[in-house]
Design a protein around this ligand. Structure first.
Ligand code: NAD
Length: 307
């Protein structure tokens, strides 16, 4: 069944996601606050209007794909002379926020929507721009059963997997927990390869053991930080992303907020947060986050090496 969808936030992810909805027969109208983004989206074949109010006026579903949480809250609420999306939208419709934002920001966005008599889900994604283009994203969704069911047909067009994680904010919770695992495991895989080098152990030997033993993980078998072992490694292409350090740094900032909110003793995750902060400050923002192996190697370049 074709739906009238307003798609706001026509950036790296938003444009291919919106194009996939059009491809599936939905009636999509796009908007972005940046004129250049609107032009690029038009060039990709999307119908784009010049105001948020026009975009949402006739919508059945509003999808947002912004960079940060304050942008979602500000857009929902409006202000500084701009009308809020919630006030401009027809009563009772569904808001789907696909941006990666903090759990408490997502809950605040849900509360604003509810107070305005609107339905909402948080639905952050993993899979990156390639996943957005190929419609193979994973959606992690938070909201009530009926609201998630209402969002599901659109999410299934844009992605390959839709996981209902629980109530409002719990899609963001799943995203932040997953990426904290990913950060810590990518660092320790890099440390293990450098330690192996110093001990005289070949990359191949360590890989052949760990990939089939209890050290097995995505950071090793898909995103291997040394070249030549798996075709998917950014290490094969000079650490061209992939998943850029800046995005990992952002997600670990959200993990840190969640850890502060809950008081959990997450020393490992927070050490990963510090290590990726340094990676980005040292020029890693635009490189794949598996490039962390070069930071491990540099300070541990040591004459005591037995290799
Ligand atoms: P992006 O910066 O390319 O796009 C965001 C767009 O939102 C921008 O064009 C911006 O102008 C627009 N925007 C901001 N406020 C707006 C408003 N009020 N109304 C309309 N448009 C507005 O970011 P992206 O790479 O597309 O990522 C979007 C989100 O997805 C981020 O939260 C990111 O963390 C997450 N994410 C990105 C990737 C990736 O690989 N790029 C992967 C997974 C998740």
């Amino acid at each position: 069944l074709a739906m009238r969808v307003a798609f706001l936030g026509l950036g790296h992810m938003g444009v291919p996601m919106a194009c996939n909805l059009v491809g599936a027969g939905h009636d999509v109208v796009g908007f972005d606050v940046v004129e250049g983004a609107r032009e690029a989206a038009r060039a990709s074949g999307l119908r784009v209007v010049d105001s948020a109010t026009d975009a949402v006026a006739d919508a059945e579903v509003v999808i947002t794909m912004f960079a940060a949480g304050h942008q979602v809250i500000d857009a929902y609420r409006g202000g500084a002379g701009r009308p809020g999306l919630l006030a401009a939208a027809p009563g009772g419709i569904l808001f789907v926020d696909c941006s990666t934002i903090a759990v408490d920001e997502a809950r605040a966005a849900h509360a604003l929507a509810e107070a305005a008599g609107l339905r909402s889900v948080d639905a952050p994604v993993s899979g990156g721009v390639v996943g957005a283009e190929n419609a193979t994203l994973t959606f992690m969704v938070g909201g009530s059963d009926p609201d998630v069911d209402a969002a599901r047909p659109l999410l299934e067009v844009m992605g390959a997997r839709v996981v209902h994680c629980g109530g409002p904010g719990l899609g963001q919770a799943a995203k932040v927990c997953n990426n904290m695992i990913l950060a810590a495991s990518q660092i320790v895989v890099a440390e293990a390869f450098v330690l192996g080098e110093r001990l005289g152990l070949s990359h191949r030997a360590l890989f052949d053991v760990a990939a089939h033993a209890s050290g097995q993980c995505w950071a090793l078998t898909t995103n291997c930080p040394v070249p030549g072992l798996v075709p998917s490694s950014p290490a094969n292409r000079g650490f061209e992303p992939g998943f850029a350090g800046a995005l990992m740094d952002k997600d670990l900032g959200l993990a840190e907020k969640a850890v502060e909110l809950t008081g959990v003793d997450a020393r490992m995750g927070m050490l990963a947060r510090t290590i990726y902060r340094e990676f980005v400050d040292g020029g890693g923002a635009g490189r794949d986050f598996s490039g962390i192996i070069e930071s491990v190697r540099a300070p541990s370049d040591d004459p005591r090496s037995t290799a």
